[in-house]
Design a protein around this ligand. Structure first.
Ligand SMILES: [Zn+2]
Length: 214
């Protein structure tokens, strides 16, 4: 039996919260991960959320939310840094797949945020294309400083907010979907040790503050 796919931002988020609670309590059901589901979704996908998260090996979205094949459209980069391919992937999930929820998933002890803080305060910037990641995260560090935030935890949360804000500001498709209330946006932070995802903000409807906070 396949349960109904959540069709609203609120229902989609409730499903993710429930899955995360199971995962954190070490009672994961690992749904939709068997051969039956594999064959079922081979004909087409209908995920109920797009998750933009950090590539950190400890923050695997399907495990953290206790979901399986075909449930989540997942985009991961180090520090959930944005580039045009990320924006395009999120737009695809929004426009073509019609997901009702966009989740930006940060976490504690994020190496990308740590590297951005090192760059900001010690002037040490990595080489190669890792530098691009650090540069993108540094804009969030600056925004957090502008808001008077100094703790690493607060800066990590600001990075989640800033990433969500940029997604809505830069992608017209995402912005229109939010304005038309077809897409809700949630910012969330995952705690590595206890496994719990906590909402940084939840906006199931269209009044996400995408302009405030620098
Ligand atoms: Zn990270």
């Amino acid at each position: 039996m396949t349960p109904a796919v959540p069709a609203t931002p609120e229902a989609a988020w409730a499903e993710l919260v429930a899955g995360n609670a199971r995962f954190a309590a070490d009672q994961a059901l690992r749904p939709n991960a068997d051969a039956t589901q594999r064959r079922l979704v081979s004909a087409g996908q209908r995920p109920f959320a797009v998750v933009l998260g950090c590539s950190d090996s400890r923050v695997a979205a399907e495990l953290v939310f206790d979901r399986g094949l075909g449930d989540l459209f997942v985009v991961r980069t180090a520090g959930h840094a944005l580039d045009t391919a990320v924006l395009g992937s999120v737009e695809f999930a929004t426009v073509v797949l019609g997901v009702p929820l966009l989740v930006v998933l940060g976490h504690d002890s994020c190496g990308a945020v740590g590297a951005a803080l090192t760059a900001r305060h010690e002037g040490r910037v990595p080489g190669g294309f890792v530098r691009d990641i650090v540069e993108r995260v540094t804009t969030s560090v600056l925004a957090a400083e502008h808001r008077g935030e100094t703790s690493v935890e607060a800066i990590e949360r600001e990075h989640v907010r800033a990433t969500a804000r940029q997604l809505v500001e830069r992608s017209e498709a995402v912005r229109v979907a939010v304005e038309q209330r077809r897409l809700g946006v949630v910012g969330a932070s995952y705690a590595l040790a206890d496994g719990l995802v906590e909402a940084v903000f939840f906006d199931g409807v269209a009044d996400l503050d995408v302009t405030g906070g620098g």
